[in-house]
Design a protein around this ligand. Structure first.
Ligand code: F0G
Length: 351
């Protein structure tokens, strides 16, 4: 408990005697069983892997701790990434922990407020660009070629190595891989990492089976599903507002090797799943994270049966990161009362 990814998964990671070992408490996130939505799905079990419980509130910390450890091992003192928000918050946190200079290139107006607040608090150097994530990534890659700065986007293989550990945790809890994994897809690093984790765990004899991988893009940002780059990706789910995913090929590989699907869900489906997770399960996630459940519900509504299946939906980030979306759906305007029991009692229909 609390040992972190580097210590816990040493054996499965590219760690040497020279690699510094540290943690902000990443990994070991809860696998919470659905009490309500599972009934509608009609499956044997439905679990939510709560990656928003990581130290910076998203799954990015699993990979960032490995990428930063390997950078420090090489003697690098400066890291950089492009981001829709979560990668940048994570890079900034681990950069601060290790005393590195962290540079973030982020698309102006496309990053949720909580995520930018985190990056500022951690003391990162931030450049907002008048362009989308895909352009920000191109710029960052070039800057990292020109300067002695380590790229910590998921193009960095150490990020994928760290993120694959979530599959090990799920197998550890269920005793085997689930029958189906549902996961949001943006830059496509995470679906790549989960599949790598499941395949390695299977090879190690930790699970007799492999899951079917079901990845979901937002319909205004669905290059993999549509088979072409999307120049101006649009969706309420800003974390996955990506038109040219870096790990496109390996996401297709995960889909094909697992007999899975990569499909899309529209913003209404995403927001419905987002609200239901909070109101019916007590799980408050950010909009992009709800794409996994939205995908599952879309399939159930289309008549697919998940009878006798163990299903896991990955819930990638914490709802507190994007308060503007939550507030936009149900604006917080609360009535005020005099501070005495009678006036409050009159106003509330208590049982
Ligand atoms: N969910 C959340 C909350 C994310 O932040 C991201 C990606 C994804 C899902 C998709 O994961 O890119 O590996 O397919 N966020 C990146 C970022 C792009 O910059 O924070 P992916």
């Amino acid at each position: 408990m609390g040992k972190g990814i580097l210590e816990t998964y040493k054996k499965f990671l590219p760690i040497t005697s020279e690699t510094p070992i540290f943690t902000l408490g990443e990994g070991n996130t809860p696998l919470v069983e659905s009490r309500n939505i599972a009934k509608e799905v009609g499956c044997k079990s439905l679990f939510f892997k709560l990656e928003g419980c990581n130290p910076t509130g998203s799954f990015k910390d699993r990979g960032m701790v490995v990428a930063v450890a390997k950078a420090v091992e090489k003697g690098i003192t400066s890291i950089a990434c492009a981001s829709t928000g979560n990668t940048s918050a994570s890079a900034a946190a681990y950069g601060a922990h290790l005393g590195l200079r962290t540079t973030l290139i982020v698309p102006k107006g496309n990053v949720a407020r909580g995520k930018l607040t985190q990056a500022v608090a951690y003391g990162a150097h931030i450049a907002l660009i008048d362009g989308n994530f895909d352009r920000a990534l191109e710029i960052t890659r070039e800057l990292c070629e020109r300067h002695p700065v380590e790229l910590v986007n998921s193009l960095n293989p150490n990020r994928i190595e760290g993120q694959k550990t979530a599959s090990f945790e799920i197998i550890g809890e269920l005793g085997k891989a689930p029958d189906h994994l549902f996961i949001p897809v943006g830059n496509a690093g995470n679906i790549t990492a989960y599949w790598k984790g499941f395949v390695e765990a299977h090879q190690e004899g930790l699970s007799d089976t492999l899951p079917v991988m079901n990845g979901y893009q937002a319909s205004g940002a669905s290059p993999i599903v549509d088979g072409h780059v999307v120049e101006e990706p649009r969706t309420v789910a800003s974390a996955i507002r990506i038109g040219n995913p870096a790990s496109w090929e390996s996401a297709l590989k995960a889909q094909n090797e697992s007999n899975g699907v990569i499909d899309k869900v529209d913003d209404d489906e995403i927001l419905m799943a987002y609200r239901r997770l909070a109101a019916e399960e007590g799980v408050f996630c950010e909009p992009a994270s709800a794409a996994s459940l939205a995908g599952l519900l879309k399939r159930v509504n289309a008549g697919e049966s998940f009878k006798n299946k163990d299903v896991v939906c990955v819930i990638t980030g914490n709802g507190l990161k994007d308060p503007d979306i939550a507030n936009g759906i149900e604006p917080v305007s609360l009535d005020e009362y005099e501070a005495n029991v009678d006036s409050v009692e009159d106003a509330l229909s208590l049982p």
